[in-house]
Design a protein around this ligand. Sequence first.
Ligand code: UD1
Length: 421
Amino acid sequence: MDSIIVRGNGPLKGQIPIAGAKNACLTLMPATLLSEEPLTLTNAPRLSDIKTMSQLLGSLGAEVTSLQDGKVLAMSSHDINNHVADYDIVRKMRASNLVLGPMLARLGHAVVSLPGGCAIGARPMDLHIFGLEKLGAEIELKDGYLHAKAPNGLKGAVIELSFASVGATENILMAATLAKGTTVIKNAAREPEIVDLATCLRAMGAQIEGDGTSDITVQGVDRLHGATHPVVTDRIELGTFMLAPAFCGGEVELLGGRMDLVESFVAKLHEAGIDVEETDKGLKVARKNGRVKAVDVTTEPFPGFPTDLQAQFMAMMCTAEGTSVLEEKIFENRFMHAPELVRMGANIEVHGGTATVHGVETLKGAPVMATDLRASVSLILAGLAAEGETVVSRVYHLDRGYERVEEKLSNVGAHIERVSE
Ligand code: UD1
């Protein structure tokens, strides 16, 4: 199993290219199941989660060809010959559940294992099921699998979600494109990945309005056709690497970065005393001198502060001047990085969904363990700002969501290397 060794660092300087969004790509790929014609994605990120989704689609009979070193995914779902998404693949990644809506809409039936993924809470699928049942599907849980069928096809409906779940909105949106009549998703998620999915589905011939707002309206069509679609920039990778110069000092330009993807996050960086400006090629982040200031953060659905940047921000608050309070409102068990940061000398108290971080002058390098995807990168960032050497083990979580992290960081001057044990 690989580990990453990080040594405390001086200021960083240079450019980091930001990849296409993992979370967008993982919902765009299952969209291929909606059409017999090819769907090609450009600007795809090169990550193990993408390989897992390719494997899952392949097991259903779709063809996924990786071109240009993985940056282009050419997919065809002409011959879907299996409607069972097996536990062995689904358990590796929660986003596997996104094949449910498209398979149901295209084939009229689907059997999908309940998912696994990061251990950051219960993460049920009740809202996905609620929405698809409103569209006329019959769904039952047997032996850990959801058995879904729509013998008479799906029918448009008004679906009001009790929480703006990203995955439920995506599954329902994909299914509704081929349902008869009009579907309205109320309290829909507004994440940029939803807008990206709707844009791709429109390119395939779907009729969708309102994506990016809380009310999405879909007029069902008889069939979708092929398309080529560029995956939107990864706002979480962008936010993560924006923090590197905030930890270490210096100035880094994030190529392809877009302010509209990270506005609430940038507002918190400004409060902490970090400069962010737009450039021709992306966003430039600089921290000149002195410690960052403590800032309070509450995670919320988009456009609020993203839960997927909470761990990284907490790592930065560990050496901030003052005390910051971080409230996690999306997942109930998402402070597993806190005890690891404490091992590096941080002063953090966790009570339920609230973490209070009392800033200390410096962190000290230590062996630490990554417990989920975003937690693992937060430990790398903390290691860059710590005295001495930090060894982050179990980095397979990291490879699920960050493309060539050690290469991107060492190119701007970070002391980071991967070792295989
Ligand atoms: C997606 C992202 C993940 C991000 C999260 C929130 C992907 C592949 N993953 O996950 O990185 O952290 O959005 O921005 O895009 N919930 C229910 N019932 C449901 C569905 C969800 O109660 O049927 C709850 C979950 O337990 C959680 C909250 O809603 O507490 C948010 O989940 P959701 O928005 O669905 O996140 P995911 O789509 O799983």
